[in-house]
Ligand binder design. Sequence first.
Ligand SMILES: [Zn+2]
Length: 229
Amino acid sequence: MINVVKHQPPPASLAIEKLKLNGTYRTEDVGLQIQKDFYNKCYICEDSDITSINTEHFVPHKGDINLKFDWDNLFFVCGHCNNTKLAKAVYDNMLNCTNPAHEVTNWIRYSTIEDDGFAKIKVVVEEVVARDGVTPTVTLLNDVYNGEHTINKKMESGNLRKRLHRELAAFYDLVFKFYLDANLSAAEKLVVRNQIAGHLQKPSAFSAFKIWAIRSKEKYFIDFGASIP
Ligand SMILES: [Zn+2]
């Protein structure tokens, strides 16, 4: 999870639709702006270029017209995460990634461990600080990445971990190249350095995992810590 900034003012259609009897928040300007603000990534799992885009009400509107059309309450989410979260009480009061006071990347540690041999991974999500909102967020992230409560959720989280694994493999490939490839010229090494730095930026898929990978080793942090946004 990463912090994002919602564009202001809200897309114009929201105020117009709010006045209609059967108005909708699923308008073109809302959809395009929310996709841009969230870097085209699900705000919960950080998967990118998702094919099942949902617009979620961060605080369930339960028929409340103000919450339903509140721009600050609309989040970009994938179908798997939206369906996992729904309006379950166990996730109430989770951290809000659009609130700059909630350091969603720093307060939670994201890593992976091998599972059943090298080709499979499990995700480890841990609390770094004891603050309001961290525990329900960690619970949701664990359910999203490792959830097995139904066979479909088990398959979906398995597919999500596969995409995460591929993305992290590409990232570590660059890291190993940077440190271990003695044949790289200075110019080539600079290109690889910039590619690693690019993986740490907000538009990159699963960037919280990559940031914590850099933090996990002092040497990595000395060389790339300054590239963490
Ligand atoms: Zn997701």
